[in-house]
Design a protein around this ligand. Structure first.
Ligand SMILES: [Zn+2]
Length: 433
């Protein structure tokens, strides 16, 4: 039996209920940076609920309803607590409606400011791991996946991109309402809205349609830098299994970003990640790989973040090799030397909440996969990855599940290898053949 372990972000998200659908409608004006919205949240009680605790940061809840009737509520310290007249019995579906308004601000966190962020001319949302409550009330834990409808109204000169497929675009009095439907279950941190002065660029019509929204001035460089993305989708489909969603989109904002970021079915890059020389192609590969590892298969608990980042990092090395660059083994040797020179005080499968995004999680996570590949061979390794993405598609995952599946694909015992790479401090030697 697995011992009970405290979640990394205890107090964030709540396991007393599950959300099945978020229906979000927000109006945003970039010139005043004001947002007003309405969230209709359909959920089911897992336990008897004396209150429904929603994560909701700094916006003001103006009206709250439970199953259509006005509900008492208390909004304090990042929680909107909705109080039913009588407790909601376990197993009962219920609907919370919240109307809200204000100036959205990112959520302050151990990893910087996260969530809804104002751009020079527009806005973006990048919420990993705790930023979603900056723009809508939610049950903000990655294991609670739900479907979404996201309607965004903005001045008509802006392009709006959100998760899922665009189902309608209505113009009225100088504003346009963009409605996106997301039928694939998605974690709150991967929900996004992108608002900016963009032009559309089509990278591929199929089999995985790939579109982009890019500032006009960057289109020529972008077309070169992302020109090999369709080939990348093909290569990853062969190695990892079918691309998990109906399409893939990229947004390039007209501001600089520290790092590109993944959302469900799309990724966002800064203007600084487009240089006309494919200078950031490894990150194009990294964010694309997150669609399989992170977005389709999502960590149930942040402790297992290497299942996102180690895999996305390894995808960078695989793409390098696939595209005629350095082989993965050269990247692995370099990464091993880098990690070897750093303190050996981090466990990949339990890095600690402050070090979730430590570069060693990425590098050693990728090295773990490389070591595993060299131990079991290519056929077993990529067979494992494809079974992994097929079995847990649209679901949540844990390290133990990956280890159990790896054992089944190996023709030799892996306990020692996986324990040393994932659960112990010292950096193991890189297997060579
Ligand atoms: Zn990543």
């Amino acid at each position: 039996m697995t011992p009970l372990r405290r979640p990394y972000l205890a107090g964030h998200g709540d396991d007393s209920y599950r959300v099945s659908h978020y229906d979000l409608a927000v109006q945003y004006r970039p010139d005043t940076a004001r947002l007003s919205g309405r969230a209709v949240i359909a959920a089911v009680a897992d336990r008897r609920l004396a209150e429904v605790p929603l994560d909701f940061a700094a916006l003001r809840a103006e009206r709250v309803r439970l199953d259509g009737a006005p509900a008492r509520h208390l909004h304090r310290d990042g929680k909107l607590r909705v109080r039913p007249v009588r407790p909601v019995p376990a197993g009962t579906p219920f609907v919370v409606t919240v109307e809200y308004a204000g100036k959205p601000r990112p959520v302050r966190s151990l990893w910087g400011d996260i969530g809804w962020e104002e751009l020079t001319d527009g806005a973006l949302v990048a919420s990993q791991p705790v930023g979603a409550p900056s723009w809508f009330p939610c049950n903000d834990r990655p294991a609670d996946k739900a479907t979404y409808r996201i309607a965004v109204t903005a001045p008509s000169r802006y392009t709006v991109v959100a998760n899922g497929g665009l189902v309608s675009r209505r113009v009225a009095g100088g504003t346009t309402t963009w409605v996106y439907d997301q039928p694939v279950p998605m974690s709150t941190y991967l929900a996004t809205v992108q608002i900016g002065r963009y032009v559309p660029v089509r990278l591929s019509k199929g089999p995985v349609p790939q579109e982009a929204a890019v500032p006009r001035r960057l289109v020529p460089q972008f077309s070169h830098d992302f020109g090999r993305q369709p080939a990348m989708v093909q290569a990853f489909t062969r190695l990892f299994g079918p691309y998990p969603f109906p399409d893939y989109r990229v947004v390039v904002v007209d501001d600089e970003l520290d790092v590109p970021l993944e959302a469900h079915g799309l990724s966002m890059f800064g203007a600084n990640h487009v240089d006309g020389h494919r200078g950031w192609e490894r990150l194009v590969a990294h964010e694309l790989a997150h669609q399989w590892f992170g977005n389709s298969l999502t960590v149930a608990e942040w402790r297992d973040i290497w299942l996102n980042e180690g895999f996305a990092k390894y995808a960078e090395w695989l793409w390098s090799q696939e595209s005629g660059g350095e082989p993965a083994s050269a990247h692995a040797a370099r990464a091993w030397a880098t990690v070897a020179a750093l303190p050996q005080d981090l466990k990949v499968a339990d890095p600690g909440v402050r070090r979730m995004f430590d570069d060693r999680v990425y590098q050693r996570g990728a090295l773990t996969l490389h070591a595993l590949r060299h131990t079991v061979g290519d056929t077993a390794f990529f067979g494992l990855l494809r079974e992994w993405t097929r079995t847990y598609r649209d679901r949540t995952v844990r390290t133990e599940q990956f280890e159990a599946m790896a054992h089944r694909h190996a023709n030799r015992p892996l306990d020692k290898l996986l324990r040393a790479w994932l659960h112990e401090h010292p950096l193991p030697p890189l297997p060579s053949r």
